[in-house]
Design a protein around this ligand. Structure first.
Ligand code: KG4
Ligand code: ZN
Length: 346
């Protein structure tokens, strides 16, 4: 049962074909990093134009690598939000065109759901599980208890964790995207030299906040004047340690909360681009072990934005009979948990 997945919600143009047997038959990702790097962040208009330029040929390439034609597909799935609306429109319209011309079912996938279900593709993790979703745009803790069944326990009240990594990198002149650069520099730094705040630590609930940490990095950099490489490394190590402490604290609380409703909770899952961070994974490994949970993290290429996760979410929705009408609209905002507090970041 092969499904074509399309992802265009941010700065990656991606197309993939995945089978119901969990075999990833093709998984192509075109990064737009070089297009956005001069601006120090993603420029929505540039992103949308690059998606338009690339998506048709990428879809054909994904099919050809999978050894399939449009006629062999059982459905076409595309990210329909949340994300940069111009880009989302490109991917969803492409999927609609394929669905109409080749008479295939259309599945409009929530990008967060695609991240949330990836571990079922990679590791066949059963429901329920606790999910920490940490990327450039998202920072949430969710209980995933079934396809379409998500309860949000916490989210960020300001920056996403990846965003905080990116801003820290920018302040330190480490370039974009900042996460991998901060992690690399931190490995050579002393986390104890600078004392940085740990926003939300010990507070009730499971929400995150990173803007105070980012401000503290900025004032420290300003006080240093012209930071040396060792200053940069030490500050990165201090930032990463503070972020790790906050995330660990929030996850412990979320696990306790989730267990009240799901005493059978066995897995802690981490997904999103920041899940590629080895230091953070180590912290989460320890937290999981203490709480009697098994940590599962998809491999980095399936943690960052990709279309295999969209195709897989399509398969899960197809199995559940959750198809979409051709008139389905793209959405810039689309919280996974419909009951989640209005006004919070998606
Ligand atoms: O999931 P993703 O590719 O795109 C979004 O949906 O945002 O995540 C990208 C984010 C960026 O903020 C990037 O700096 C961060 O993930 N990231 C990392 C690492 N690798 C990527 N953050 C910390 N450590 C890393 N090794
Ligand atoms: Zn993402």
């Amino acid at each position: 049962m092969p499904v074509l997945g399309i992802e265009t919600s941010c700065d990656e143009t991606a197309a993939a074909v995945v089978g119901e047997d969990r075999r990833v038959r093709s998984n192509l990702v075109l990064s737009q990093l070089v297009d956005h790097a001069p601006y120090g962040g993603v420029v929505p208009e540039i992103a949308a134009r690059r998606h338009v330029d690339q998506i048709d040929s990428l879809v054909l390439k994904a099919l050809s690598e999978a050894g399939l034609g449009f006629g062999d597909l059982d459905a076409v799935a595309a990210t329909a939000g949340p994300g940069l609306i111009g880009g989302v429109m490109v991917g969803l319209m492409t999927a609609k065109a394929i669905a109409v011309v080749h008479r295939k079912p259309l599945i409009a996938v929530n990008h967060l759901e695609a991240h949330a279900l990836t571990v079922r593709l990679t590791d066949d993790v059963p429901f329920p599980y606790l999910l920490l979703l940490v990327s450039g745009g998202h920072c949430q803790l969710l209980v995933v208890s079934g396809v379409g069944r998500y309860r949000r326990l916490g989210t960020t009240v300001d920056d996403a964790l990846g965003e905080a990594f990116d801003k820290t990198a920018k302040l330190l002149g480490l370039g974009y995207p900042g996460g991998p650069a901060v992690e690399k520099a931190a490995a050579e730094g002393d986390p104890r030299r600078f004392s940085l705040p740990r926003p939300m630590l010990g507070r009730p609930g499971c929400d995150f906040s990173f803007s105070g940490l980012k401000t503290a990095v900025r004032t420290t950099v300003e006080a240093l004047g012209e930071p040396t490489w060792q200053d940069v490394a030490d500050l990165c190590a201090a930032f990463q340690a503070a972020a790790g402490d906050v995330v660990a604290d929030r996850v412990v609380r979320a696990a306790a909360d989730a267990r009240q409703q799901h005493p059978d909770l066995r897995h802690l899952v981490v997904a999103g681009g920041v899940a590629a961070n080895a230091f953070l994974r180590q912290r989460l490994e320890a937290v999981a072990e203490t709480g009697g949970l098994t940590l599962v993290a998809p491999p980095p290429r399936l943690c960052t934005d990709n279309a295999a996760m969209v195709a897989w979410a399509g398969i899960e929705r197809l199995r559940a009979g959750l198809l979409d009408d051709i008139a389905v609209a793209p959405r810039a905002r689309w919280p996974l948990d419909a009951d989640a507090a209005a006004g919070a970041k998606a």
